[in-house]
Design a protein around this ligand. Structure first.
Ligand code: AP5
Length: 236
């Protein structure tokens, strides 16, 4: 897949910069794709970019895969380098939704530094909060398109044709890290690492908590409501 595809939807003049934070399975990827389309922003998913590197067999992919398959974080320096390259692409300058980054306070501080060097800053952080039983149900049933990356779910959002993507007709697969034991590791890592990043954005008064156990449509409407408030308020 091309780097521009890794960046997802683009082509807008809107310069809003949003982070979707939350545990694995909260719905960050699902919501980011819809939001990117509705607000015409670029979707940057560190998980998607890493998976593309793994499937292409790049040096980064070879270094990342052992961490990903165990449900551990890929070392900060690798992810940060990858992300910095993304921010230098034209699409990222038009406004973006960041999904899967930052995961800890170090990454949050690094992100601010990278953006500052490019005269950018984060406008809003939506924290999608989901409970463990909901997360396990969502991740064990998740299906992902091998070509376009669209998300489906065996029960919650089934594809029209069994194991075929509604959007592009390619085959669907289950992610290697969506096994129950690996999901539990990912949740443990999330609990341990993410608190610092959440506090970081709370202190900046940018964090908005949303109930992500709700139906997907309710969650997206709540996020859009928040972005509308942002657009209505005077910028400082
Ligand atoms: P990544 O791909 O980012 O995984 P994650 O954070 O664990 O998040 P997920 O993609 O599993 O969940 P999601 O919140 O996007 O849920 P989704 O929308 O798919 O990262 C993978 C790995 O890469 C990490 O473990 C790590 O190793 C590495 N990595 C990535 N970023 C890194 C970083 N910054 N630093 C270091 N390492 C990094 O939804 C899940 C399912 O639920 C889908 O089937 C969907 O259809 C369904 N669903 C979604 N919302 C709803 C709803 N409201 N109601 C019903 N069903 C729903």
């Amino acid at each position: 897949m091309k780097a521009s595809s890794a960046l997802g939807v683009s082509g807008a003049e809107d310069k809003m910069r949003i982070i979707l934070l939350g545990p694995p399975g909260a719905g960050k990827g699902t919501q980011a794709k819809v939001l990117a389309e509705k607000l015409k922003l670029t979707h940057i998913s560190t998980g998607d970019i890493l998976r593309q590197n793994v499937s292409k067999g790049t040096q980064l992919g070879k270094q990342a895969i052992e961490f990903m398959n165990k449900g551990l974080l890929v070392p900060d320096e690798l992810v940060t380098k990858m992300l910095t390259e993304m921010f230098d692409q034209p699409d990222a300058k038009k406004g973006f939704i960041l999904d899967g980054f930052p995961r800890n306070i170090g990454q949050a501080q690094t992100l601010d530094d990278i953006l500052k060097q490019r005269n950018m800053s984060i406008d809003m952080v939506a924290y999608l909060d989901a409970s463990e039983p909901v997360i396990i149900q969502r991740l064990t049933g998740r299906l992902v398109c091998s070509a376009c990356g669209a998300n489906f779910h065996t029960k919650n959002m089934p594809p029209k044709k069994d194991m075929i993507c509604d959007n592009c007709g390619s085959s669907l697969y289950q992610r290697a890290d969506d096994q129950v034991e690996t999901i539990k590791n990912r949740l443990e890592v999330y609990q341990k690492e993410s608190a610092g990043a959440i506090q970081y954005y709370e202190k900046q008064k940018k964090l908005h908590r949303l109930d992500a156990d709700e139906e997907a449509e309710t969650v997206i409407n709540n996020i859009i409501h928040l972005t509308a408030q942002y657009n209505d308020s005077p910028k400082v």
